[in-house]
Design a protein around this ligand. Structure first.
Ligand code: KG4
Ligand code: ZN
Length: 360
């Protein structure tokens, strides 16, 4: 569907995991509204997101969230005020994605607007441009760190992105959540470990950093997770079903928990900076002009400080999202869609959810 509007107003919808979100963004970066309904309270007792509970909660919340996003942006007549509807259609939980995609298609049909399917992972990188007029310098090295992804990519421009490294097991955010669970800190674990680590000694325990082979840009967090488990619970006796631990986190005092949180965090983040440095060293003629970071873990205080140091040392422009754009949100979906809108890259009502996505 061709367009001529150079400053499109886009309704973004996001429902890939456990946040139901809608936003109105003008011209890729001006956020007029950004509504997020979290589901933490529904999943906390399970220590992680339960897909079936997530999709049911999306169904209940999606329309009120969209209505609130329209109202806050003073959109009273969407047919005349909105240029397109964007939806995160990959990757994610199939039942969750289905809700957002169905809502977006229904509204696109009712309002006769173009629909744009957006890759959630790429949208996280766009979050660094929301409410930030300064352009990203390309080529850029992109790092997505979330509950589902730990991915390094080479970005020629925002629409031309190639994966150069990714986790071979757990994502870094998932490792944070599991570590917090093992330490009895609750869900979601990232912010809790971040906070506890500030009162802990990061050198108290020497936890492993996965290097993989010498040139690899991939990540691995399963070894770190197991090493932390043994620090907390001691070495197990027995094997398979008869495996038993003598201790658990209730045997730790507050200061021991803080030290373990800080030591875990040091290893988890050093694993990221190690691979960023490798990617920079491997790039011919120092190609990268900037480091663009996105995803829930980019809210982490130590990661933000360490990346600032790394960027300064390597003369890179550092692009970190504002804290409220680190977590899943629909402003990043609507903003990124504007770049596709400009290039007339639209989808149609056959758009369907893709749980695996392209960057998985
Ligand atoms: O991007 P996101 O909202 O959802 C996914 O697409 O996965 O990321 C959620 C992840 C969770 O694993 C959460 O524990 C982590 O981001 N997280 C953090 C922090 N805030 C959120 N991890 C470390 N430090 C934080 N401050
Ligand atoms: Zn995400």
């Amino acid at each position: 569907m061709p367009t001529t509007n150079p400053n499109p107003t886009i309704l973004g919808i996001e429902s890939s995991c456990d946040e139901t979100a809608a936003a109105i963004v003008i011209n890729a970066t001006q956020v007029k509204s950004n509504i997020i309904a979290t589901q933490f309270e529904l999943h906390a007792e399970f220590g992680g997101v339960v897909p079936e509970i997530a999709s049911r909660a999306h169904i209940e919340r999606i329309l009120p969230v969209i209505q609130k996003a329209l109202a806050q942006a003073n959109i009273t007549d969407p047919k005349s005020q909105i240029d397109a509807i964007a939806v995160g259609h990959r990757p994610g939980l199939i039942g969750s994605l289905l809700v957002g995609v169905a809502a977006a298609k229904a509204l696109a049909w009712a309002w006769q607007k173009p629909i744009i399917g957006i890759d959630h992972v790429l949208a996280h990188l766009h979050a660094t441009t929301l409410e930030n007029q300064q352009p990203i310098k390309f080529p850029a090295l992109g790092l997505i760190v979330s509950g589902g992804h730990t991915t390094l990519c080479a970005m020629q421009d925002p629409l031309n992105v190639k994966v150069i490294g990714k986790t071979i097991d757990d994502a870094v955010g998932e490792a944070y959540d599991k570590a917090a669970n093992m330490l009895g800190l609750g869900f979601p674990g990232g912010p809790k470990i971040d906070q506890r680590a500030q009162s802990g000694n990061e050198n108290a325990h020497d936890l492993p950093i996965s290097r993989l082979d010498k040139t690899s840009l991939d990540f691995s967090y399963s070894g770190l997770k197991t090493a932390l488990l043994y620090k907390i619970r001691g070495l197990p006796t027995g094997k398979g079903k008869s495996r038993r631990f003598e201790k658990d986190h209730t045997d730790l005092n507050e200061s021991e928990i803080n030290d373990l949180a800080a030591s875990f965090q040091k290893a988890a983040i050093n694993a990221l900076t190690l691979k960023i440095n490798r990617a920079l060293a491997q790039s011919p003629n120092n190609t990268f002009q900037s480091l663009v970071v996105g995803g829930g873990v980019s809210a982490n205080s130590k990661l933000r400080t360490d990346l600032q140091t790394l960027a300064t040392q390597n003369h890179l422009q550092l692009r970190l999202p504002e804290l409220h754009y680190c977590v899943d949100n629909a402003a990043m979906i609507a903003g990124y869609a504007a770049l596709k809108f400009e290039k007339n890259q639209f989808d149609d009502l056959s758009l369907s959810p893709q749980p695996a996505g392209t960057l998985s």
